[in-house]
Design a protein around this ligand. Structure first.
Ligand code: DGJ
Length: 741
C-alpha cells in the first residue's frame, strides 16, 4: 500500500501509515504548508478546510497564522523563519512557490550527513517537494520520509542556487512545523557535565522558547531533542510529539507561540554560529530531523525513537548484537599505569567473566596528566614497552577483547603534532587561544587534517587485535576561525568541522567494520542521534554514581535506547559525588545499558569479587532483554521528592520482563506501596524471582506466580517493607525477573 497520496486537484500531499498522518497543502499563492500532523486520517479526501482562511475584514491582511512549510522573513510572516537567504542585492525576501514533487519508495541518504535509512525500499516512502523563488533562482527541496511500520517521519531540506549570483544562507532549519494550537507542554533534556539530560518541562507561553548549543558539540547543556505533550499526557496515554536532530554540532530547537495562539516548532543548525555561501549551481543539505507523533503517551513516543534509532540509524555489525561486558581502567588508574598493572586488572576481570578490557586515556606520547600529547597517537613505551600490539596480544591471550581510547579531534599545545602543524588548530591569528583542559581543537573542516587522522588512527587500529574504540572529545570549541576559509566564509567553519568529524568516523568505521565504536564527550556532551549513526553506543555520563545515574538514564531514555547508553559500575566512595552505594545497586542501575565496570579489579575484596562474578553471570543470562527489550518508565526520579525510581524492560514477545525498583533514602514505617506494571501480556502467568536474593519478606510477597492482568492492575507489592525496613537501608535497588511459564 502506498504511504503517500497526491491529490492533484486539491494540490495536497497526504503521508500516512495508519499510525499518523502528515498533510501538506499547496496554498492559493503557491506556498506550501502543513495542515495536519497527528492522528491518522483517511486518504481519498481533501483537507483544505483546515487551512486558516483569515479574517476577511481587510484584504491583504498581514501576519495571518497560515501554516508554512519553509517560512522566510520579510514578506508578512512575522514568526521565526526556517530559511534566510541573503541575495546579491542584500535582500533576504523570498517567495517560495510549489514547482513539482517526486514520490519514491525508500529513503535516500544525505550527502555527508548521518541519517535514518531503510534496508528495503518498501520500508518507507519519501516525497521531495521543490519550492522555487523565481527572481533569485533559489530552489528548496523539502524531503519528508514516512516509515511504514513506525510512528516516525524524517525531514530535511536541500537548498540549491540555480541563480546567476552567489547567495548566503544565514538560517537553514531542518524542520519547521506549524501547529494549529499551543496548548502543549515542552519537554526537553537539560544539564551539565556529570548531570546530563535531566528532564525539564514547561507549559508553552506566548513568545519564543528555545534550547540550543553554541559550544561546538550538541552539548550536555541541552540535548538536540524536543518533545511536546498535552497537559494530560502521561507515560501511557495522550498525545506526544517529539523531534530529534541527527546532528552533533551547534543546534537550535525552538517553539514560538504567536499572537493567534498557534505554535511554530523549528529545529536545525544554530543560525547564531552559521552562514554558508552558495555559489551558482551549488547546494546545501541540512541535517535530518526525526519526528515522532503518537496518541499513546510519552512511553510510546520513546518506543518509536528507540526502535528507529536502534534499528535504522545505528549501523554495522554491532547494531543488533549484545554488547560485551567491559572493564575500563580510567577510574581505576587514571594516568598511573603500566603494562603489568593493566594485565593484572584484565586477569581478574577475565576471572570474573568480563569480556573486554578497555585502555583509557594516557597510553600515548608522554601523557602522564592532561597537559600533553593529544595528537601524538603513538604508544608511550615507558608505560607499555611492548606497544599496543604487545599489550593487546597479551589481553587477547587472556581471552578478552581489547579496546582503546582515542580523542581524534584534539591536539595538546605540548605535542609533536602541534609543533608540526600549529595552523591545524582552531585559532584566530594574532589573538590568544582559549584552552580547555589544556588542549586545542583541530579544524576537521580541513581535508588534510581528516586525511592525517584517518591515516595515523587507521594504523593504530590495524596494529593489534583491537575490537573496541572509545572516541572521546573533551572540550568545547573557541576561536571558530579556519585558516582554510576566506574571511567572508568563516561562518562555515563549525559546520565544516562537524562534516569532517563525520567523514573521519565514516572512514574509520568503514575500514574497521567489526570494531565496536563508543562515542564520548567528557561523558555525555555529544549524546545525539548524529553520533549514534556511527557509534551505536555512547558514554552516557562521567557520573558513575548509581543514584545520579537514575536521573541521567531516565532522561536519556526519552529519546535514546538503553543499548546506546554506556553504563558502568565504579568504586565507592564515588569519584563524582563521594556517595557510598551498595555494589548491588550500582549494578542494578548499570545493567540497563551497555554494561561494564570501571574500577581496579585487582584491588577488589574477595567478597566484592564474588558479588561481581554473580552480577556478570546474572547479566549474561538476561543481556538481550536488558539491552534490547522495550524500556518502560514506571516511576520518575523527577517526580515528587525524587526518592523513588522504577522502570522495566519487556521482551518483544512479552514472555519475559525485568522490573527495577530503586529507592534513594530508606524511610521508617513507609507507606503501603504497589507498583503497577505495563507492557505485559495480560493473559500470561509470570513466575517472579527477585535479584539480589535476600530480603526474604519482600521476596516472599513477590516471588509467586502472578498473571499479567493482576500485575498490571495491582502491581508488585511492597506493603511488607514496612516491617523489613531496617534490612533495606539507603540507596536500595531490587530487580524482579518475570518469566512466563
Ligand atoms: C572523559 C571521559 O568521559 C572519561 O571517561 C575519560 O575517558 C576521560 N575523558 C579521559 O581523559
Amino acid at each position: 500500500m502506498s504511504l503517500i497520496e497526491w491529490r492533484p486537484d486539491d494540490r495536497q500531499l497526504h503521508l500516512t501509515n495508519g499510525r499518523l498522518s502528515l498533510i501538506l497543502a499547496v496554498h492559493e499563492d503557491g506556498s506550501l504548508g502543513p495542515v495536519h500532523l497527528g492522528a491518522p486520517l483517511a486518504t481519498g479526501r481533501a483537507y483544505g478546510h483546515l487551512v486558516p482562511r483569515g479574517w476577511t475584514g481587510f484584504s491583504n491582511r498581514l501576519a495571518e497564522p497560515i501554516a508554512l512549510e519553509v517560512p522566510t522573513p520579510g514578506s508578512g510572516d512575522y514568526r521565526v523563519p526556517a530559511l534566510e537567504v541573503v541575495q546579491a542585492d542584500g535582500a533576504s525576501v523570498l517567495q517560495l512557490r510549489y514547482r513539482e514533487h517526486r514520490i519514491r519508495a525508500g529513503k535516500p541518504s544525505l550527502d555527508g550527513l548521518p541519517s535514518t535509512y531503510v534496508e528495503a525500499d518498501d520500508e518507507a516512502e519519501t516525497v521531495e517537494i521543490d519550492l522555487a523563488d523565481e527572481p533569485s533562482g533559489v530552489v528548496v527541496t523539502v524531503a519528508w520520509t514516512i516509515f511504514r511500520d513506525r510512528a516516525v517521519l524524517a525531514r530535511s531540506i536541500r537548498i540549491r542556487n540555480d541563480g546567476r549570483a552567489a547567495v548566503r544562507l544565514e538560517t537553514a532549519m531542518s524542520l519547521s512545523l506549524d501547529l494549529p494550537d499551543a496548548a502543549w507542554t515542552l519537554v526537553h533534556l537539560a544539564g551539565a557535565w556529570a548531570r546530563e539530560r535531566h528532564v525539564v518541562e514547561r507549559a508553552l507561553v506566548p513568545g519564543r522558547q528555545s534550547i540550543s548549543s553554541v559550544r561546538g558539540s550538541s552539548s550536555a547543556a541541552h540535548n538536540p531533542f524536543i518533545g511536546l505533550r498535552r497537559e494530560w499526557t502521561t507515560e501511557a496515554a495522550g498525545e506526544a510529539l517529539g523531534a530529534a536532530l541527527a546532528y552533533s554540532g551547534n543546534f537550535l530547537a525552538e517553539v514560538e507561540v504567536e499572537a493567534y495562539g498557534t505554535a511554530r516548532l523549528r529545529m536545525g543548525i544554530n543560525p547564531e554560529t552559521f552562514a554558508w555561501t552558495l555559489e551558482p549551481g551549488a547546494a546545501f543539505q541540512t541535517p535530518e530531523a526525526v519526528v515522532v507523533w503518537t496518541a499513546d503517551g510519552l512511553g510510546a513516543m520513546s518506543d518509536a525513537f528507540h526502535s528507529v534509532f536502534r534499528e535504522r540509524l545505528a549501523r554495522g555489525v554491532w547494531r543488533d548484537r549484545a554488547r560485551p561486558i567491559l572493564v575500563n581502567n580510567w577510574e581505576g588508574t587514571y594516568f598511573d599505569f603500566d603494562e603489568e598493572r593493566l594485565v593484572a586488572i584484565a586477569t581478574v576481570a577475565r576471572d570474573l567473566g568480563i569480556e573486554l578490557f578497555v585502555l583509557d586515556d594516557g597510553w600515548f606520547g608522554r601523557r602522564d596528566d592532561d597537559t600533553t600529547s593529544l595528537g601524538d597517537w603513538f604508544v608511550d613505551r615507558r608505560k607499555l614497552p611492548n606497544g599496543i600490539d604487545g599489550l593487546s596480544r597479551r589481553i587477547a591471550e587472556l581471552g578478552l577483547g581489547f579496546g582503546i581510547w582515542i580523542e581524534p579531534e584534539m591536539v595538546s599545545e605540548r605535542s609533536e603534532l602541534f609543533a608540526a602543524h600549529p595552523d591545524w588548530a582552531f585559532q584566530v591569528p594574532g589573538r590568544p587561544r582559549t584552552e580547555g583542559r589544556q588542549q586545542l581543537v583541530l579544524d576537521l573542516g580541513r581535508p588534510e587534517v581528516v586525511d592525517h587522522l584517518a591515516g595515523v588512527l587507521g594504523d593504530l587500529l590495524a596494529s593489534g587485535p583491537i575490537s573496541y574504540v572509545k572516541w572521546d572529545m573533551n572540550r568545547w570549541l573557541t576561536e571558530p576561525w579556519s585558516g582554510a576559509l576566506p574571511a567572508d566564509r568563516q561562518g562555515e567553519a563549525l559546520h565544516r568541522h562537524i562534516l569532517g568529524v563525520y567523514e573521519l568516523y565514516r572512514r574509520l568505521t568503514t575500514r574497521f567494520p567489526d570494531v565496536l565504536f563508543e562515542s564520548c564527550a567528557s561523558g555525555g556532551d555529544r549524546f545525539d542521534a548524529g553520533m549514534l549513526a556511527f557509534a551505536p553506543q555512547a558514554w552516557t555520563s562521567d557520573d558513575t554514581d548509581a543514584i545520579e545515574r537514575l536521573r541521567i538514564q531516565w532522561g536519556s531514555s526519552l529519546a535514546y535506547p538503553q543499548s546506546s547508553m554506556g553504563a558502568h559500575v565504579s568504586a565507592v566512595p564515588n569519584h563524582q559525588t563521594g556517595r557510598v552505594t551498595p555494589l548491588a545497586t550500582r549494578a542494578a542501575v548499570a545493567f540497563f545499558g551497555a554494561f561494564g565496570y570501571e574500577l581496579d579489579t585487582a584491588a577488589l575484596s574477595a567478597d566484592d569479587q564474588a558479588a561481581i562474578r554473580d552480577q556478570v553471570a546474572f547479566f549474561k543470562a538476561h543481556r538481550g532483554l536488558f539491552q534490547f527489550g522495550r524500556f518502560v518508565r514506571l516511576r520518575s526520579p523527577f517526580a515528587g521528592d525524587g526518592n523513588e525510581t522504577a522502570w522495566m524492560v519487556v521482551a518483544a514477545d512479552r514472555r519475559r520482563a525485568i522490573v527495577a525498583v530503586y529507592r534513594v533514602l530508606n524511610r521508617p514505617n513507609p507507606r503501603v506501596d504497589r507498583l503497577p506494571l505495563r507492557g505485559l501480556d495480560e493473559t500470561l502467568d509470570y513466575r517472579i524471582t527477585a535479584w539480589p536474593p535476600g530480603l526474604d519478606g519482600v521476596s516472599a510477597t513477590n516471588e509467586i506466580t502472578r498473571r499479567g492482568d493482576d500485575l498490571q492492575a495491582n502491581g508488585l507489592l511492597f506493603d511488607v517493607e514496612r516491617h523489613v525496613s531496617p534490612e533495606i537501608g539507603d540507596f536500595s535497588a531490587r530487580l524482579f525477573v518475570l518469566e512466563a511459564g
